[in-house]
Ligand binder design. Structure first.
Ligand SMILES: [Zn+2]
Length: 175
């Protein structure tokens, strides 16, 4: 179910043993540090976590995160709505474990006996996924790129901006 809340803390080893996929949402306003660089904290993070053991029996987590955030465009200083998508693969390791044998493409997640703070993980991953210089798509920006450039027609804007189409597809009609 897409609208189940994501549990804030989980035991990834147990979930990996059972091959669990967690899918759900959490309000953007729960992630204070993430909201700091944003223009407002209105929105919902859609999150999916696949827990499994790889061929070496190590616990791995695959994350898929989606959220729409509002930031200030650095070109025209107007608000811009940005769809943020992030995917990551984590290898759960004991604290102080040797990470030399880690397969490529995995981020190390050191974990002792405490449960995993899933909410903090989401926040950290999304913070890294935010654009360093937020800006509109050039054709949607208020700042004219060049005086001689003709105004793009509405059709052109729609076709040339796959992100806005994607964002519409992902918008939950129930929200
Ligand atoms: Zn702009």
């Amino acid at each position: 179910m897409l609208n189940d809340p994501i549990p804030p803390h989980v035991d990834p080893r147990k979930l990996a043993d059972r091959g669990v996929t967690l899918e759900g949402s959490l309000p953007l306003s729960d992630l204070e540090r993430l909201c700091d660089p944003l223009s407002d904290n209105v929105g919902t993070v859609q999150a999916k976590f696949v827990f499994e053991r790889d061929e070496r029996k190590a616990v791995v987590i695959h994350s898929h995160l989606d959220v729409e955030v509002k930031m200030v465009c650095q070109r025209c200083l107007e608000l811009v709505t940005l769809p943020i998508h992030s995917e990551c693969s984590y290898a759960v390791m004991k604290e102080g474990a040797n990470t030399q044998s880690l397969p490529k493409g995995y981020d190390v997640l050191e974990l002792g006996e405490d449960p995993l703070d899933l909410q903090a993980l989401i926040e950290e991953e999304l913070l890294l996924a935010l654009p360093i210089v937020p800006a509109h798509h050039p054709e949607e920006c208020q700042q004219p790129a060049g005086a001689d450039e003709p105004e793009p027609s509405e059709d052109e804007v729609t076709r040339s901006n796959p992100f806005s189409v994607l964002a519409q597809l992902k918008r939950d009609p129930n929200v």
